[in-house]
Design a protein around this ligand. Structure first.
Ligand code: GDP
Length: 521
């Protein structure tokens, strides 16, 4: 709000409220979101072929004027909580769906707790009014105990009777959302500046690259803007609305699908416009480094197979929790049987907390995070995004294609004898053409990349006539002309700084590599 105050009233314009639909499972959240969307989204050029982009905007005729409302199209409070956990405030109003026949259930209470904790006003949609056992008065009585007091009892919470199934009460609900927004909130933003907002969902599309749905919160996003979204950056190449139609700009509260980012941001990541692509890239890289450090800190807290025995000795754990995933159920069962036969020693136990057939999923990683478990993949691998999540969360994942290898590792770990094995993986080589002296960075080797990729912050050695003349070095700086670069590919020229190593000469070869944990198979 300090931001609002600083802007001066004349710049502020009314923006649509942003709404999240929450409530107990099966109370009709998805159905309600669909019903609102189907009756209210203005048809696009594609004639009613809507796309799921994670949010949509509707137009509602309200006292002779038409007003827009944005709905976040991922039902449930998990998305809401995930975004909030990342410090993002997306929602202005929460619609709490309660089935009139079921009444208040545990997740109803959870949802309203989340909304209240975030200071988000609630409108109650008493759903399934078409059902025989519908009892809206009971719902009202129950929710009063949680501080949601209907207007007829002297409170200020609006309750609306709806049937998502029959599409009844939708207009009343939208009316209630607008009234609640007008009464409780300052729904204004300045559209005349660079855009800021939040990423709502994103995925990697084979043909289109990173596809992200973002919600603009202030300013206007234009095609051609450069943005940073979390650790992703890039120039907005194209934007689409919920109908799949091309748009060229997006004003406050408008969700749009954006193409052109370098990679996939996470739900809840903030985005903003930068002056140029270079600034965007630098900010993204800084954020990535910060993320890596955070992941390292987390990793130190989590159990890995290597330090399991140590953790037992220090009294930090007595149970090794495992999640087993395999390509076929027979393999998973065989693996579990063999694992449970391992002699684990006194006071220590092995526990398989989850098993399943198929790729390692985000859910597996989340479970591993919560229960401090190790994931064993037998002939299966995680998708790239899942591997990234595991990396960030510091979850130990191990891959095997032979059951005995898995058993061996775990037995060794239980005896404290498992040491990680590392292997060197060549990344690229460069030939030094000319050496520049720089007082600030040490000598810079003006080079041409001869094979692979030269990447910043990787290990390096220098060879002269086939002999190693400098080892244990690292690529401390990497430049393309005057600009910092993360990586430079074969046949391109670059400037390589190797920290305090200053003996490099024209004709030398710089070899870069990475140490990777050796896969156990
Ligand atoms: P969610 O888990 O909260 O997203 O619930 P869904 O939207 O998936 O709905 C759960 C079930 O309730 C589905 O079988 C819906 O068809 C049904 N349902 C949802 N809304 C209504 C309603 O207004 N009336 C009736 N009779 N059934 C409904």
């Amino acid at each position: 709000d300090a931001e609002l105050a600083a802007e001066g009233d004349e710049e502020l314009e009314v923006r649509p409220p942003v709404v999240t639909v929450m409530g107990h499972v099966d109370h009709g959240k998805t159905r309600l979101l669909d019903a609102i969307r189907n009756t209210k989204v203005v048809e696009g050029e594609h004639g009613g072929i809507t796309q799921h982009i994670g949010a949509y905007q509707i137009q509602h005729v309200h006292e002779d004027s038409t007003r827009a409302i944005t709905f976040i199209d991922t039902p449930g409070h998990e998305a809401f909580t995930a975004m909030r956990a990342r410090g993002a405030k997306v929602t202005d109003i929460a619609v709490l769906v309660v089935a009139a026949d079921d009444g208040v259930m545990p997740q109803t209470v959870e949802a309203l707790n989340h909304a209240q904790a975030a200071n988000v006003p609630i409108v109650v949609a008493v759903n399934k009014m078409d059902k025989e056992g519908a009892n809206p008065d009971k719902v009202k009585g129950q929710l009063t105990e949680y501080g949601l007091v209907p207007e007829e009892y002297g409170g200020d919470t609006m309750f609306v009777h709806v049937s998502a199934l029959q599409g009844v009460g939708i207009d009343d609900l939208l009316e209630a959302v607008l009234l609640t927004a007008d009464a409780a909130l300052d729904m204004r933003a300045n559209p005349n500046k660079d855009a800021r907002g939040i990423a709502i969902e994103a995925n990697l599309d084979r043909g289109r690259g990173a596809v992200a749905t973002v919600l603009v919160q202030s300013g206007t996003l234009n095609v051609g803007d450069t943005i940073v979204a979390g650790t992703a950056h890039g120039r907005v190449r194209a934007m689409f609305d919920e109908n799949g139609d091309i748009v060229t700009k997006a004003e406050p509260s408008r969700p749009v699908q954006v193409l052109g980012l370098s990679n996939v941001p996470r739900a809840g990541d903030t985005f903003f416009v930068t002056d140029d692509e270079r600034t965007a890239r630098q900010i993204a890289e800084k954020r990535e480094a910060a993320d890596r450090n955070a992941a390292l800190a987390k990793r130190r807290k989590r159990i890995s197979l290597e330090d399991f025995d140590q953790a037992v000795a220090e009294g930090k754990v007595d149970t090794l929790n495992l999640i087993l995933k395999g390509d076929v159920s027979g393999a998973v069962e065989a693996l579990e049987d063999s694992l449970l036969k391992i002699d684990v020693g006194e006071g220590v136990q092995l526990r398989v907390i989850h098993r399943g057939v198929g790729a390692i999923t985000q859910n597996d990683v989340n479970l591993a995070t919560v229960d401090n478990a190790i994931i064993i993949g037998f002939n299966v691998k995680p998708a790239e995004r899942v591997a990234d999540l595991a990396e960030r969360e510091g979850v130990d994942m191990r891959f095997y294609s032979v059951i005995y290898a898995a058993i061996d590792d775990i037995e060794l770990a239980l005896k404290g004898m498992l040491k990680p094995e590392y292997e060197e993986v060549q990344l690229g080589t460069a030939e030094v053409r000319e050496v520049f002296r720089s007082s600030k960075f040490g000598n810079i080797a003006g080079s041409i990349v001869r094979s692979g990729i030269i990447r910043r912050n990787t290990r390096a050695r220098v060879l002269r006539d086939g002999k190693v003349i400098g080892d244990n070095l690292s690529v401390d700086s990497l430049k393309r002309f005057k600009d910092d670069a993360t990586e430079v590919r074969t046949d391109f020229e670059c400037g390589i700084g190797l920290g305090s190593f200053n003996d490099v000469k024209e004709g030398d070869t710089i070899e870069t590599f990475e140490m990777r944990e050796k896969p156990r198979v």
